[in-house]
Design a protein around this ligand. Structure first.
Ligand SMILES: Cc1cc2nc3c(=O)[nH]c(=O)nc-3n(C[C@H](O)[C@H](O)[C@H](O)COP(=O)(O)OP(=O)(O)OC[C@H]3O[C@@H](n4cnc5c(N)ncnc54)[C@H](O)[C@@H]3O)c2cc1C
Length: 480
């Protein structure tokens, strides 16, 4: 049998694409090397955007039944001290809360949903080779030790960060900014549940730590660290994680017990060389689509699945699977997300230089003080970090004017020392001076990595600036 579409990978991206396609009568084969339910290293946080897409897919009720936690805010910590509380914005097209559900459960619900809509699912099927002739794409796989071959008109690569489909169309994995993360579960955690805590810390900056506790006191705890060829990971991540758990969280985790081994995985945050080829499209982590600011990728996998499936339906209807026809996917993606992604990538490229981390942490501290003193600005910060307010919108002059506190008392609060969680500005100023000396020393000792970094930031800034200049034209409906 020749399928209209073969999808490799049954994570959130692959199952979503299978659901959207099968629901429209497209013959769809979904392959995964794992047998489900299966574990996946993740923070398990379903952002409001993911809940929106689960609703579109028709399985949000089942997810919410199993998750039954509803979290409207996250607590942010800086170097172990409470900094501020970020709320999810209300009154957007997304729900005003996130929830937590282990991937073992989420991905199983989603796969069953795809099958219910008519997709054929083959678990335990490891894809080994992909090639094409004039009429089909051919997928060689191994299932229960036996070689097996599938034919399709179109292939969607949804096989995650280590994608064989991405490699088969010429991409090089981890060839740019990438995050490596580790996480473990703890049970019997005390305190307020459910809860999400985000840790910004000089030991793992650029990167974040997290403690996500569900409503049964089970915590998903992890840290992620950004690196690239100029700024490789110098520390032993496992050691930094153990230190985070045993030192920073010692009091918080008193009486709790580890409930899983510590496991790691990675995700990349650069645009691959291509996301399309003749008869092939990449979605989700296979296309490096996770959010560069907070690492969340479940909703991005679903969103890209939706866009890819509309292009796939068009390709099937016109019987045109050429790279030229599939450019539609790229174009739709650019329209929906292109500029936003460019801004987030610029922010990430600025932040990833660890030589400047003290400067950034100081900046974060002051932004947090403003956020604490002004509810509107706090909502804005929460919206930008969670990706609900598109980063592209957030840098428009109108959005900035709307968000930046106008009350002078709020700005004076920066110089108030009554809050024990932040230090005196005088102390900060001395610290900043010392940090500048430290930073200059680091720059001087490694000029080439910093020059490369400067060029990258410059290029990203130029890209973003040209995007800003196009905004009024796009708003007026003028194609550029
Ligand atoms: C530590 C960590 C924490 C994270 N926390 C969050 C979070 O809290 N919230 C969030 O939104 N995002 C989070 N993310 C990101 C999120 O996990 C991913 O963005 C998301 O899983 C991407 O979905 P996907 O469907 O594209 O790929 P995946 O979920 O990776 O699914 C890929 C599937 O392809 C299959 N596969 C791979 N190779 C083959 C092959 N050769 N043959 C057959 N099958 C194959 C795999 O078995 C897998 O089932 C986190 C990531 C990490 C690493």
């Amino acid at each position: 049998m020749v399928f209209d579409v073969i999808i490799v990978g049954a994570g959130p991206g692959g199952s979503s694409a299978a659901t959207f396609l099968a629901a429209q009568g497209i013959s769809t084969l979904l392959l995964d090397k794992a047998t489900f339910p299966r574990d996946k290293v993740c923070g398990d946080c379903l952002a409001p955007q993911a809940l929106y897409w689960l609703d579109e897919l028709g399985c949000v009720d089942e997810v919410l039944d199993q998750a039954d936690s509803c979290i409207t805010a996250g607590y942010i910590f800086l170097n172990g001290k409470y900094l501020f509380t970020g709320d999810f914005p209300q009154n957007t097209r997304y729900p005003g809360f996130c929830t937590l559900l282990e991937r073992k459960k989420l991905d199983y619900i989603m796969v069953k949903n795809a099958v219910k809509k008519g997709a054929i699912f083959k678990p335990g099927c490891l894809v080994k080779r992909i090639y094409r002739n004039d009429d089909y794409i051919i997928v060689d796989a191994v299932s229960e030790g036996t070689d097996i071959q599938f034919k399709g008109r179109l292939l969607i690569g949804a096989d995650g960060a280590n994608s064989i489909v991405s490699r088969s169309i010429g991409n090089v994995l981890r060839d740019g900014t990438t995050a490596v993360s580790v996480r473990a579960y703890y049970e019997n955690v005390h305190g307020e549940w459910p809860q999400i805590q985000v840790y910004i810390d000089e030991r793992f900056f650029p990167g974040i730590g997290w403690v996500f506790v569900n409503n049964r006191g089970r915590a998903n705890i992890g840290i992620g660290y950004i690196f690239d060829k100029n700024f490789p990971v110098k520390d032993n991540l496992r050691k930094v994680f153990d230190d985070f758990v045993n030192r920073d969280l010692k009091r918080y985790l008193k009486g709790s017990r580890p409930a899983s081994p510590t496991a790691g995985w990675w995700a990349s945050f650069f645009r691959p060389r291509t996301v399309i080829a003749d008869r092939v499209m990449l979605i989700g982590d296979a296309a490096n689509l996770a959010d560069p600011i907070n690492g969340a990728g479940i909703h991005k996998a679903m969103e890209s699945a939706y866009i890819a499936s509309t292009s796939a339906v068009h390709a099937v209807a016109t019987d045109d699977y050429s790279v030229a026809a599939l450019r539609r996917y790229e174009a739709l993606w650019r329209e929906m997300d292109g500029f936003d992604w460019q801004v987030r990538q610029l922010l990430l490229s600025i932040a990833k230089n660890p030589n400047l981390k003290e400067v950034y942490l100081l900046l974060i501290k002051y932004i947090a003080r403003l956020a604490r003193a002004d509810a509107r600005f706090q909502g804005f910060c929460g919206g930008v970090f969670s990706g609900i307010i598109p980063a592209g919108d957030s840098i428009s002059p109108a959005a900035l004017l709307d968000a930046i506190p106008l009350d002078p008392a709020v700005w004076f609060s920066l110089f108030r020392a009554s809050d024990r969680s932040v230090s005196l500005p005088v102390h900060d100023t001395i610290l900043a001076g010392l940090n500048v000396i430290k930073t200059v020393g680091r720059f001087a000792s490694n000029p080439s990595e910093n020059i490369d970094w400067g060029v990258e930031v410059f290029n990203n800034a130029i890209g973003t600036a040209s995007g800003i200049m196009q905004l009024p034209l796009l708003a007026a409906g003028i194609e550029t």
